[in-house]
Design a protein around this ligand. Sequence first.
Ligand code: ADP
Length: 192
Amino acid sequence: MIHIKGLTKQYKDFVALDSIDLQIAKGEFVYLVGPSGAGKTTLLNMIFYSDFPTEGDIYINRFCLKGLTEKQIPFYRRNVGMIFQDYKLLPGRTVYENVAFALRVVSCPWAQIRRKVLQVLELVGLQHKIMQYPHELSGGEQQRVCIARAIVNSPPILLADEPTGSLDPDTSWEIVQLLSKINMRHTTVVVA
Ligand code: ADP
């Protein structure tokens, strides 16, 4: 599912990643572990195609990222969902609209949006909060919205960049259990 060969990332004279080789099979649940500054976020961003290697190759689910054309980028992006430590939700939009937005940008037929959004909000346990705004939610609930938004397109890969970094231990455990439940639905999960 994810095949990385000789991946190097250099920022000016600083080498953040040095010749990384990594293979992750379909359906795996993988933790990237290392101290702050080890390069975990950098690696996830390159898989997400929001940052680019200095050298090396990344193959994801039959896409070679080095050779992606403009036309292929939106198709590639449907393979990967990402969640963040700081959630990155749209503050002026409700829970429903935050999740629906991810479907609107890929031109999902209008009739399917409502069904998919309600389905995924039920999966993350937020069906009773659909009309709330992000500032009306706890940190754990905001992270659940972020997870719902990342998986509403059913991507085969879910990336999570320190998803519990801002949460207390009990809420963190709930989020890890939710990621595990998503993994059991055949999504490959990579957590920094
Ligand atoms: P981690 O997620 O493991 O904490 P990061 O991937 O965020 O580590 O960062 C790896 C290293 O690369 C750090 O030393 C960081 O300072 C450096 N780095 C990350 N992004 C940039 C950038 N845009 N410019 C320069 N250095 C960067």
